[in-house]
Ligand binder design. Structure first.
Ligand code: ZN
Length: 254
């Protein structure tokens, strides 16, 4: 009961602080309440993702935004990062098995890994390379990776896994290794899908490639990508694949 209250207060606080839109608040309440059924440890892991991402994004302030949306999180963004954890948390509260806990923690490891990588890598001055084609592009483009971003991605996955090991009695050291590997793999999948499938537009005025549907006050044109595959869909694919990967590995190998 106290965990549900804490989750609701945290979501309300984030909304009051201007971090969430109205729909983002509703989605955060749903995610928070689902995860609070796991217990304080579940909420702590979720809080670690949101808190550390918030701090890092403040630390690496953007010089210029390439992303489609502003800083307020809406429902799609919250669901993309926390939806898999919410579902796993709900399942775990009725069926507390280690492989479901591993799926829960791995989805948060992927979300943390990706957010840390974006915060650090995207704001790197200079160039990055696309993860698959290895073409040199501006840092911040979807699918672009930098050494700095990848180091933060690795750190985010490992720290989330370490926290899960400390917080949950049913997570062994081997489970934690699987969670870290699945979380980091989810982040690699994020970059690969971001490069190959995500929608990219071009601005008719300045000619810049962008994820925004509007640029320089004009509607932009699609230059590549698949309809419906925006940044939120890419994040959703990454967090869900990390959850499935960790869940299956724990089920099969431990
Ligand atoms: Zn423009």
């Amino acid at each position: 009961m106290m965990t549900i209250l804490a989750a609701c207060l945290a979501a309300a606080g984030a909304f009051a602080g201007g971090l969430l839109t109205g729909s983002g608040l509703a989605a955060s309440l749903a995610v928070g309440i689902s995860v609070s059924l796991v217990g304080w440890n579940g909420l702590f892991l979720l809080g670690f993702f949101f808190g550390s991402s918030y701090l890092l994004e403040r630390l690496f302030r953007p010089a210029e935004e390439v992303e489609a949306k502003g800083s307020r999180r809406d429902a799609a963004q919250v669901a993309a990062n926390g939806g898999a954890a919410a579902v796993a948390g709900l399942v775990y509260s009725v069926f507390p098995a280690a492989f479901i806990m591993a799926a829960f923690a791995a989805s948060l490891a992927a979300a943390t890994s990706d957010t840390w990588a974006s915060a650090a890598g995207k704001r790197t001055a200079g160039t990055a390379v696309l993860i698959i084609s290895r073409k040199r592009v501006k840092a911040g483009v979807s699918g672009a990776v930098t050494a700095k971003g990848s180091s933060w991605a690795f750190g985010g996955a490992v720290l989330t896994a370490a926290a899960a090991y400390l917080l949950f009695a049913d997570i062994t050291a081997l489970h934690a290794l699987i969670i870290a590997a699945a979380g980091f793999t989810g982040q690699l999948i994020d970059s690969a899908v971001g490069e190959k499938l995500q929608l990219l537009y071009t601005c008719p005025v300045c000619g810049e490639a962008t994820e925004k549907e509007q640029h320089c006050g004009k509607p932009t044109f699609v230059i590549k990508g698949i309809r419906g595959i925006n940044n939120d869909a890419v994040n959703m694919i990454a967090t869900c694949s990390a959850a499935f990967l960790a869940g299956f590995c724990v089920l099969l190998f431990t």
